[in-house]
Design a protein around this ligand. Structure first.
Ligand SMILES: Cc1ncc(COP(=O)(O)O)c(C=O)c1O
Length: 361
C-alpha cells in the first residue's frame, strides 16, 4: 500500500496508539544497566515462563511453566506452532476472512490453507461450512478471538463446538489469543482449554503487542502440551535462540500491570461505540458492532462500489485510508477500519467519509 500523505486520516493501523507503559520501559532499562546482555535460557527466563503460566491461568489455561516458550513476537510464536504440527500436504482450516499471515505461514511449510467463510453479518463461525471443510488431511484449525479483521469474539458455546469438532476429527487447535484482553462485548475471551478434549490438542499462542502496547518489542508466547512444546523449543533453539535477555524482566512487569491496562481498555471501549455509530450510519455502509480487538469490518456493497473501489476513492477523494477486505480471501465487499486512533481523528474521518458519500450517492 502506498504511504499516504500527512493530510490523510488512517484507519489502517493495527497497533494501539498508546506508549508502552512506563514501568515496562523502566524495567528494560534497569535490566540493561544490570548488564543483562548475554545469552540466556532459550525458552525464556524461568520467572517469565512462570509469569506467563500464571497469566494464562486467568483464562482457565493451566500449563506448566516448563511448557511455555517466549518467542520474538506472536507472529514467530505462530510460525513455531505451525512448524511443530504442520507437515507438507496437511490442510489447515482458517476462518475467512483471516489475518493474511496465517495463509502465508501455512504455505511456507508446504501446508494447504482451507479458507472457510464465517457467517454474515456477525462474522461468527459457520459450523455447517466448517464440518464440510474437515477432511482426512485436516491437521489443524487456527482460531483468533477477538478477531482481526472481524472484531468478533466467539461465544463459549462456539469454542466448545470447535473443540468437539477437533476431538471428533483429531486435529490441532492453534489458538491465537493476541487480543484476548481486548474484549468489549457480552462475553470474555474463551479458551479451548476450558472444554474437555481441549487441553490435549490446543496451543495457546499470544503476546504483548496489542494488550500492552508493545508491538515493537517483539515478544510473544506459545504454551501447550509437553510433547509438542518440545518441538516448539527446538524451533526456537535452532533459530532465534531466545528473545533479547533484557526484555524479559520488562515483559514480566507488564503482566503485573492493572491500572495502565484498564485505562487503555476503557479508551478503546469508548472509541468503539463512537466509531461504530459513525461508520454504521454512513450511506450504503453496514457493520456489526465489534465485540473485541480494535477493528470494524464494514460491508460497503450498499454504496454500489466494491471494497477496492471504495478504498481507492476514499483515499483519493475523502483523504481517508481503509483496508480493502479482498486483500484477504472471503473479504470481498468488506473494508477493515481500525479505531486505534484519537477520538478527533475518528470524528474527522467519519465526517470526511460522510461528506464524500453524500456527494456521490
Ligand atoms: C491476529 C493477529 N495475530 C498475530 C499478530 C502479530 O502479533 P505480533 O506483533 O506480536 O507478532 C497480529 C498483528 O497484527 C494479529 O492481528
Amino acid at each position: 500500500m502506498t504511504p499516504p500523505s500527512p493530510d490523510v486520516i488512517r484507519f489502517t493501523v493495527g497497533q494501539p496508539d498508546f506508549d508502552t507503559p512506563a514501568p515496562v520501559v523502566d524495567a528494560a532499562i534497569a535490566s540493561l544497566k544490570r548488564g543483562e546482555t548475554t545469552y540466556t535460557r532459550s525458552q525464556g527466563s524461568e520467572t517469565l515462563c512462570q509469569a506467563v503460566s500464571q497469566h494464562l491461568s486467568k483464562f482457565e489455561i493451566n500449563i506448566d511453566p516448563n511448557d511455555v516458550v517466549i518467542a520474538p513476537g506472536c507472529k514467530q510464536a505462530l510460525l513455531y506452532s505451525m512448524m511443530a504440527v504442520v507437515e507438507p500436504g496437511d490442510e489447515v482450516i482458517l476462518l475467512a476472512p483471516a489475518w493474511p499471515s496465517y495463509d502465508g505461514m501455512v504455505k511456507l511449510l508446504g501446508g494447504v490453507p482451507i479458507h472457510v467463510p464465517v457467517r454474515r453479518p456477525d462474522y461468527h463461525p459457520d459450523f455447517e461450512a466448517l464440518r464440510k471443510a474437515v477432511t482426512s488431511k485436516t491437521k489443524a484449525i487456527i482460531i483468533n478471538s477477538p478477531n482481526n479483521p472481524t472484531g468478533a469474539v466467539y461465544t463459549p458455546e462456539e469454542i466448545k463446538q470447535i473443540v468437539d469438532l477437533a476431538v471428533d476429527s483429531d486435529f490441532w487447535i492453534l489458538d491465537d489469543m493476541i487480543y484476548s484482553t481486548l474484549v468489549w462485548g457480552e462475553h470474555n475471551y474463551t479458551s479451548p482449554y476450558s472444554f474437555e478434549g481441549g487441553p490435549e490438542r490446543t496451543l495457546a499462542i499470544g503476546g504483548w503487542s496489542k494488550g500492552w502496547a508493545m508491538t515493537g518489542w517483539r515478544l510473544g508466547w506459545v504454551a501447550g502440551p509437553p510433547e509438542v512444546m518440545e518441538a516448539v523449543k527446538t524451533c526456537q533453539a535452532s533459530s532465534a535462540t531466545h528473545v533479547a535477555t533484557f526484555l524479559m524482566p520488562a515483559a514480566e512487569v507488564a503482566l503485573t500491570l492493572e491500572d495502565e491496562i484498564s485505562a487503555m481498555g476503557d479508551s478503546f471501549a469508548e472509541r468503539r461505540l463512537f466509531f461504530h455509530k459513525g461508520i454504521d450510519s454512513l450511506p450504503g455502509v453496514a457493520a456489526p458492532m465489534p465485540e473485541g480487538a480494535f477493528y470494524i469490518l464494514a460491508d460497503v456493497s450498499g454504496t454500489g462500489m466494491n471494497d477496492v473501489e471504495f478504498a481507492t476513492r476514499a483515499l483519493n477523494e475523502a483523504k481517508v485510508q481503509v483496508i480493502p477486505g479482498s486483500l484477504m480471501l472471503g473479504g470481498d465487499n468488506l473494508i477493515r477500519l481500525s479505531y486505534a486512533a484519537s477520538l478527533e481523528d475518528l470524528e474527522e474521518g467519519i465526517r470526511r467519509l460522510r461528506t464524500w458519500l453524500n456527494g456521490i450517492m
